[in-house]
Design a protein around this ligand. Structure first.
Ligand code: ZN
Length: 132
């Protein structure tokens, strides 16, 4: 049901410094930046094969991502899997006892349908489903 890793979300202190690393050291090209107001973050995107890298910088201390950064420092924040049928994927996860952070898919960046599973029920990784 899951087709591929859609993107990796990586929390950084400074978007500008992290973008520079991905461009200069890894040779990737930043394909865009976006501010996601309800999460109080700025995001920069890189294509890497079929997978995207999303660098996430909190822009306010009360951003949920700022709390993650304060507790755990920079690093991998979530793994997003692309799925054909996000509703069915979410139902399956719930039926298997996963703790869902979104009871129903909601709208994410770029208009995609997304839903998150809590890391305590996914062996430690905040897991995102992305609809097509
Ligand atoms: Zn994501």
């Amino acid at each position: 049901m899951v087709k591929k890793i859609a993107h990796l979300g990586i929390v950084v202190r400074s978007l500008d410094e992290a973008v520079s690393f991905y461009e200069k050291v890894l040779g990737l090209t930043c394909s865009g930046r976006e501010e996601v107001r309800d999460q109080k973050v700025r995001v920069a995107f890189f294509a890497c094969g079929e997978t995207r890298i999303e660098l996430i910088e909190p822009v306010s201390p009360d951003s949920p991502v700022a709390q993650f950064l304060a507790r755990r420092g920079e690093g991998l924040h979530h793994v997003a899997f692309e799925t054909e049928d996000i509703e069915a994927q979410l139902r399956l996860a719930k039926a298997q006892g996963c703790v869902v952070l979104d009871e129903k898919p909601r709208e994410g960046a770029g208009g995609a349908k997304i839903a998150f599973l809590h890391p305590k029920s996914t062996h430690g990784v905040l897991t995102e489903f992305c609809g097509k």
